[in-house]
Write a protein that binds this ligand. Structure first.
Ligand SMILES: [Fe+2]
Length: 265
């Protein structure tokens, strides 16, 4: 079976380019499972319930997030509205699994595709140069012990390449895919590791590439050049959808192929 992971949607430019491409990519590849990282979908900061609903309408099965998950406070009520066993849309919006105890929402979703394949999606956040997270390696061990599905997709939302590469090796043979997000620049290291886990350090942002990781370049340059604070706004130019297509065996969850996708206007 084929699954598609769409990298961090950034702002309206990101939403628009994903809307333009996701349908034909899924159709051409008979995609059965669509996971989208949506944590920057609302103007670069968080995701609103309405945008989440729009992404589900486009075909997303599960939405993942990261350090920006609480930027739009209305999302807290949305994801808190679903009980743990629910299959409804609010339950399919994940926050990182290894946040501090007492955090609302869930970091894992288990569901079934239209053809009856059980799957799990895990949202995990790194600890190096990031705050508020517990040890992701310890966290994933506990989560995997409880997951029933064989097809398991891990979004590893982390800052540094070394932590991401290490997680790929740690989970090789134990999950279907470890796909990195957060740094917004796609990496060319996609591969299937020897144990059958598809890996990529960063899927890349689905958003405006004529900016600085999604933000208007002049605003970011001003901050670097003067050290003065300023309001960041989402860029618009040169939008691209970055996604990664993983082919795996539905029965074992073992990946056999991984392909990087980047589509512009
Ligand atoms: Fe992030």
């Amino acid at each position: 079976m084929n699954l598609l992971f769409v990298g961090d949607i950034f702002g309206s430019a990101g939403r628009k380019i994903v809307r333009a491409h996701i349908g034909h990519v899924c159709q051409a590849n008979a995609v059965e499972l669509v996971v989208i990282n949506a944590e920057n979908a609302a103007g670069g900061f968080g995701v609103t319930p309405q945008i989440a609903e729009d992404l589900f309408d486009l075909g997303a099965d599960v939405l993942t997030t990261g350090n920006h998950v609480w930027d739009k406070r209305e999302l807290i009520e949305y994801i808190s509205s679903a009980p743990a066993g629910s299959q409804e849309r609010p339950r399919r919006v994940l926050r990182p699994a290894n946040l501090q105890r007492g955090t609302p929402g869930y970091g894992v979703f288990e569901g079934t595709t239209h053809s009856g394949v059980g799957y799990a999606v895990v949202d995990l956040m790194g600890r190096v140069y990031m705050t508020g997270t517990n040890d992701p390696f310890e966290a994933i061990d506990g989560l995997l012990a409880a997951i029933q599905a064989k097809v398991i997709v891990v979004d590893f939302h982390a800052e540094v390449t070394s932590e991401k590469v290490a997680m790929g090796w740690y989970l090789d043979g134990r999950v279907t895919a470890v796909l990195g997000t957060h740094t917004h620049v796609p990496t060319a290291d996609e591969r299937v590791l020897p144990g059958g886990t598809a890996y990529q350090t960063d899927v890349g942002m689905s958003g405006p590439y004529d900016g600085v990781i999604g933000v208007e370049k002049d605003l970011v340059l001003h901050k670097f050049l003067t050290g003065m604070p300023g309001k960041f706004e989402a860029a618009k130019g040169n939008p691209k959808m970055c996604a990664t297509l993983v082919t795996c065996d539905a029965a074992s969850g073992r990946a056999s192929a991984v392909q990087r996708i980047m589509l512009g206007e």
